[in-house]
Design a protein around this ligand. Structure first.
Ligand SMILES: Cc1cc2nc3c(=O)[nH]c(=O)nc-3n(C[C@H](O)[C@H](O)[C@H](O)COP(=O)(O)OP(=O)(O)OC[C@H]3O[C@@H](n4cnc5c(N)ncnc54)[C@H](O)[C@@H]3O)c2cc1C
Length: 356
């Protein structure tokens, strides 16, 4: 029997595995190889400190500096929020494939057993957890759930996830080179666009919308997506007057698990709380919660139940703060666009209801 089984080997699972092993525990990570392509991400400046805290600063080789955000959110022309005054330094663009691969390599180097398999279920007994996979069956003292899926974690822990919103990201990768090292953001009547010029020879352009707008304008069709993108000021300002050939689709379910830990399990990352990419903090939060969830399990192992209460409180505070700030950001645009996408965002379940 292994001390801990970590289900899911993304940022949350790897930071948890590194934390558990640093405390001298045996760890098996069960993870499916990532099937879906991910766009370039932006992360808060605290990313460096988080990686350093788990001995994984090397992962920054998969990142590039992002010197600020140029955003036309409430105003017609973009306003630059530079990183220069940020005490934590500049933000980061993350190449997710290399980022995840480097974390995985460090977790294996630190001594975790890495099982490439899909976990279908986890059964929690009085003194052990069994994770069922399409490969081996893993028995452990406790489990750290980090599949990136609220639905999966909710199912195995017998909960119903609280859903705040469901958005969809339609994104394309251009072969282009930009001198800009900024994240560019712009709103339109039916959603919002952002451009990540993080690659040396590629640029990712993402359109975030909802299913009602998607049904109306079909942005999954490259012709429609190109027409919509060419209407934006960023496409002109950055001279991105080119056509995307392939449009990738990523669902963005935003929500939270009502309970994020139990007697022999803790959930971390998107499995516990899924944020809107508007916050540029999903990956950093996943790393952070992986560490916190791992410490909670270690403390429970040692008979200290206080950490579990603190971890749940930390998650609730994070979620409430995020939901409030998100609501304010979307509400600001609902005044400009009194119906459609923006109106739907502010008429969603209220924060009081989510906190219930
Ligand atoms: C379109 C889009 C844009 C985004 N942009 C940003 C951004 O700019 N900045 C930011 O910070 N965040 C962004 N995010 C969010 C960010 O990607 C997530 O918050 C982050 O990946 C969460 O990490 P995680 O480890 O919890 O989950 P994941 O990264 O999803 O990792 C989960 C891992 O578990 C594995 N797995 C899944 N199911 C199973 C199973 N049943 N058994 C075993 N293994 C399993 C998966 O293969 C994966 O390796 C974005 C997300 C999307 C979809």
């Amino acid at each position: 029997m292994v001390d801990f089984v970590v289900v899911g080997g993304g940022p949350a699972g790897c930071s948890a595995a590194l934390t558990l092993m640093a405390a001298g525990h045996s760890v098996t990570v069960v993870s499916t190889p990532r099937m879906t392509k991910k766009p370039m991400e932006t992360a808060v400046p605290q990313l460096r400190l988080l990686l350093r805290s788990i001995g994984a600063e090397e992962v920054l080789t998969a990142c590039e500096p992002c010197h600020g955000i140029e955003s036309a959110w409430e105003q017609p022309r973009p306003i630059l929020k530079s990183s220069i005054l940020n005490p934590y330094g500049h933000a980061w663009f993350i190449h997710r494939e290399t980022f995840d691969a480097t974390l995985r390599r460090l977790a294996i180097k630190a001594g975790s057993v890495w099982l490439e398999a899909e976990a279908s279920d986890a059964i929690f007994g009085p003194d052990r957890v069994t994770a069922f996979t399409n490969g081996e069956e893993i028995t452990a003292h406790s489990a750290l759930l980090a599949t990136g899926s609220l639905a999966w974690t909710a199912r195995v822990t017998g909960q119903t996830p609280g859903r705040l919103d469901a958005l969809i990201c339609y994104w394309a990768r251009f072969d282009a080179q930009l001198t800009s090292r900024l994240l560019h953001v712009e709103t339109s009547a039916n959603g919002w666009w952002y451009v990540c010029p993080g690659g040396i020879t590629t640029v990712d352009v993402c359109f975030v919308t909802d299913s009602a707008e998607a049904r109306a304008c079909d942005p999954g069709n490259a012709n429609n997506w190109n027409v919509e993108f060419q209407k934006t000021a960023i496409s002109r300002d950055l001279s991105l007057q080119m056509s995307a050939k392939e449009i990738n689709v990523a669902p963005l379910m935003i929500g939270s698990l009502p309970t994020r830990c139990g007697p022999s399990w803790a959930a971390a990352g998107d499995s516990a709380i899924r944020l809107d990419p508007i916050a540029s903090s999903g990956t950093a939060t996943a790393l952070n919660s992986g560490v916190r969830a791992a410490r909670t399990l270690i403390d429970s192992w040692r008979g200290n139940a206080k950490s579990a209460v603190e971890y749940c409180r930390w998650g609730s505070d994070l979620w409430e703060k995020f939901a409030t700030q998100r609501q304010q950001r979307y509400a600001a645009l609902a005044l400009k666009y009194p119906e459609g996408f923006w109106h739907r965002r502010v008429s969603l379940i209220t924060i009081e209801k989510i906190a219930e």
